[in-house]
Unconditional design. Sequence first.
Lengths: 112, 114
Amino acid sequence: EAAVTQSPRNKVTVTGGNVTLSCRQTNSHNYMYWYRQDTGHGLRLIHYSYGAGNLQIGDVPDGYKATRTTQEDFFLLLELASPSQTSLYFCASSDDRADTQYFGPGTRLLVL
Amino acid sequence: GDSVTQTEGPVTLSEGTSLTVNCSYETKQYPTLFWYVQYPGEGPQLLFKVPKANEKGSNRGFEATYNKEATSFHLQKASVQESDSAVYYCALSDRGSALGRLHFGAGTQLIVIP
């Protein structure tokens, strides 16, 4: 089974702060995804990637950048964090497009 | 575009009663349908998936049938347990795009009272 890890697990920052969320998967999956989870909205796709150097825009990309540096590592960047970005963030990976995604444990972000 | 609509939660049941979580979808493709489960403090995990219309998927006593005519994929369990308390997500794949992705419903929280 795919192993997906995220760091940090919890993060507190202030409005306007700079935050980087990290995700690593160790099963050589090609596809990686960043979601945010909010009550009443479920999982919403922010950005995704099919390989190192590739980036695709999801459904809620405003205020977020992402970078896929290697097959294993996918980062989510919040350069000017706002309170509306307070959320639970999940990373996921999959071997095949549109097939089973394996999720990490999540990062809880609080923007004050 | 593709979308998934599911029963709005929370759904509160007593242990031993039956569960149905409705899931309806819209797509112009021929998707694979998924049910994911998310336990407190964890990320979502696959419960089961069904790639073909008119077939049934099942796991841990849960089951759902891919009904292409009704565009539905309702989750059922005959007798829920307290350990089934979780959030359940219905999702569909999107093989029509070049990259592919899943479209998730809003999730249904299930609370089982002992």
